[in-house]
Design a binder for this molecule. Structure first.
Ligand code: GDP
Length: 650
């Protein structure tokens, strides 16, 4: 059984990074902690690595999954890569090697090549192109010998390697709906997070921390609603590692693909949690891996570098393996920070809280945050008046990567806003700038095209979601919707004034209207709509967005009559005396078409309709009536008249 570096590390007590370094320095081509140790490497490590225990024997690891990297010595010359079953690399190889690697009879390979006009014996060397061609033909997954998933470039705000102290990795869980993200997060939380500290109430911070081998790992715990996808994007921007949850019984689905794209864009390593193995068949598991390989996520047991950990989030199977792999991945990444640097981070969630006012969860990626610090944050600023841990404990300071609830904001910050500790002068300067900016906005007296909307919501996540949905709706609706302002917290007089000046409607989600603002709204005729269900709000917005849209109409025949008599009444005109034979005749919106035999002889709107000399709105089947048309009076007895009205097209 093969042993991976991380397993060796665990057993020997030497960190994966040190094992990697040692091997690399000694000319072994190893790339990460998932790399399988060859016999040569094992021999080397057993003699050179200072192990805490006795030398590692391969058969200590019967339980380790079959993995199969081919190792190469890094001595300049490429040594032959010995193919292992199923690990097909895009490199030149002989027909025999291909056949062995791909597990295809040599004769089949030779026959295929013959059909292409190539007479190839067993030791014929296939070019890369031919290997590729054969792989496609025999439906064998193929990869380049080295697949790199992590980029050298550090684009994430958290990926900074400055500093000397270790910090916890921040992990985000992504994947297709119903594949088990929430279940996995819940399982880890339930089994790994201490629920309460003495006297404290567990806080929902949008992130929680678990300990793996005494090292903390922070999981971003974002809400599951589709409308919150924006935050997931942000989650990725600020995370160090992504866990892609793929249900093995369902395979790679559209949101899986979307997640893969985002992970690639964020340039962070990915670990696949192959979920629902309790109900997936082995054929389904293989198909899912194939699906992943198609999107460049080549599982490590197929020769790639993507750890794919089979789990059942429901039963908990494999979850501790997953945590180990995350732990090891983070060790390899060597996430460092400077606790003494100015504190910087981002807002994960923000909300109004009774008794504490505006609060927000912050995760810092450098520096130490302390009670009493002044800070600036997007369009707001403040002074830290209290820090509360996820366990509900009041803390005096917090280190990088740890989610913490901060009170002391002048106004609620936006989700995703950068958070930065500054001097008192920096705080004051920022405050003045923000006030000046808001002032200039207020004097703009904007005239807004389309329908103006003001959004006030209870927290940053829901606000982002609503604004995002409005933007989406606006693109496809009849009326463009325009968000004049979006904020968090109670609806105040300021909102009413802005709504008055911009002719906006105010949409409040889980918020109340300030007493004074309610009076003002009444006085100014400002419409304020309040909701506590996000779908309802969105539905109403949809109706609003379609208001005024011209409805396509069609003519519908609703009745038929036959002219029995024609009256020429002086001073009034020619009146048709008729009997309704079917349906009905109506005055309002009614139009008549007159036929004589097969021919249409005239038409016009019904301008008067009478029964028993009384004006009526409509006449039903069987009754006699008299009517006049606009633009037609040339009646003769037996004319057939059809009545039409306009109805909206289906
Ligand atoms: P999300 O939309 O990705 O957050 O998916 P959920 O966590 O809500 O899971 C969707 C459904 O799959 C729920 O009914 C879960 O109980 C179920 N589920 C999640 N994980 C597993 C698993 O490992 N095995 C089985 N059998 N069902 C699971």
């Amino acid at each position: 059984m093969a042993i991976r570096i991380y397993e060796f590390s665990k057993k020997s007590g030497i960190s994966s990074k040190d094992v990697l370094d040692l091997l690399q320095k000694n000319g072994f081509d190893v790339t990460n902690h998932m790399t399988v140790l060859s016999d040569e490497m094992m021999a080397f490590l057993n003699t050179h690595a200072i192990s805490k225990e006795t030398p590692i024997k391969k058969n200590n690891y019967q339980k380790s999954p079959r993995v199969s990297f081919s190792a190469r010595k890094n001595d300049g010359k490429k040594e032959e890569i010995v193919p292992v079953k199923k690990d097909l690399f895009r490199i030149p190889m002989t027909v025999a090697q291909f056949s062995d690697t791909a597990d295809i009879p040599v004769s089949d390979v030779i026959v295929y090549l013959l059909k292409k006009g190539i007479a190839a014996p067993k030791n014929y060397v296939l070019s890369e192109k031919l290997v590729d061609d054969l792989a496609t033909n025999f439906d064998i997954p193929i990869s380049n010998p080295v697949v790199s998933t992590t980029s050298e470039a550090d684009t994430s705000i958290l990926a900074s390697k400055k500093g000397t102290e270790k910090r916890a990795p921040i992990v985000v869980i992504v994947g297709h709906i119903d594949h088990g993200k929430t279940t996995l997060l819940d399982y880890i939380r339930k089994t790994r997070v201490a629920e309460k500290e003495k006297g404290g109430i567990t806080q929902h911070l949008g992130a929680y921390e678990v300990l793996v081998d005494n090292d903390p790992i922070v999981f971003l715990d974002t809400p599951g609603h589709e409308a919150f996808s924006l935050i997931r994007v942000r989650g990725l921007k600020v995370a160090d590692i992504a866990i892609l949850v793929v249900a093995a019984d369902d395979g790679v689905m559209p949101q899986t693909v979307e997640s893969i794209k985002r992970i690639k864009a964020a340039e962070i390593p990915v670990i696949v949690a192959l979920n629902k193995i309790d109900k997936a068949t082995s054929a389904q598991i293989e198909a899912t891996k194939r699906g992943l390989a198609q999107y460049d996520l080549l599982p490590e047991d197929w020769g790639g570098q993507i750890p794919v950990v089979p789990v059942s989030a429901k039963l908990g199977t494999g979850v501790s393996d997953l945590l180990s792999v995350i732990h090891l991945q983070s060790q390899i990444m060597d996430l460092l920070t400077d606790k003494k640097a100015p504190c910087k981070g981002f807002i994960l969630e923000s909300k109004m809280e009774k008794g504490r006012g505006d609060v927000a969860t912050v995760i810092c990626h450098q520096g130490t945050l302390r009670v009493g610090d002044y800070f600036i944050c997007g369009k707001t600023q403040g002074k830290v008046t209290s820090l509360t841990s996820a366990q509900g404990a009041a803390v005096k300071e917090v280190l990088p990567s740890m989610p913490v609830l901060i009170a002391g904001f002048d106004e609620l910050p936006e989700v995703g806003a950068l958070f930065e500790v500054v001097s008192f002068e920096g705080y004051k300067e920022h405050k003045n700038r923000v006030i000046a900016h808001v002032g200039s906005l207020a004097t703009m007296r904007t005239s807004v095209e389309g329908l103006a909307i003001i959004v006030r919501s209870d927290n940053g996540s829901s606000k982002e979601a609503i604004v995002g949905e409005i933007a989406k709706l606006s693109k496809k609706s009849f009326n463009p919707l325009h968000v004049v302002s979006a904020g968090i917290g109670m609806i105040t007089e300021n909102d009413i004034e802005l709504a008055r000046d911009t002719q906006a409607i105010i949409y409040g989600f889980n918020v109340k209207v300030d007493k004074q603002a309610a009076l003002e709204a009444k006085k100014e005729g400002v419409v304020v709509k309040l909701y506590d269900i996000i779908y309802k709000l969105l539905e109403d917005l949809e109706v609003l967005a379609e208001q005024g849209k011209p409805v396509k109409k069609v003519s519908k025949k609703i009745g038929e009559a036959v002219v029995l008599k024609v009256f020429d009444i002086k001073g009034i005109g020619v009146v048709a005396g008729a009997q309704v034979k079917s349906g009905r005749f109506v005055k309002e919106g009614g139009k008549a078409v007159v036929y004589r035999g097969k021919y249409k002889v005239g038409e016009g709107a019904i301008k008067s309709l009478q029964r028993d000399k009384k004006t009526v709105k409509e006449v039903q089947t069987g009754f006699e009536c008299a009517f006049m048309l606009d633009g037609f009076s040339d009646w003769i007895v037996d004319d057939r008249v059809e009545c039409f009205i306009e109805v909206p097209a289906e």
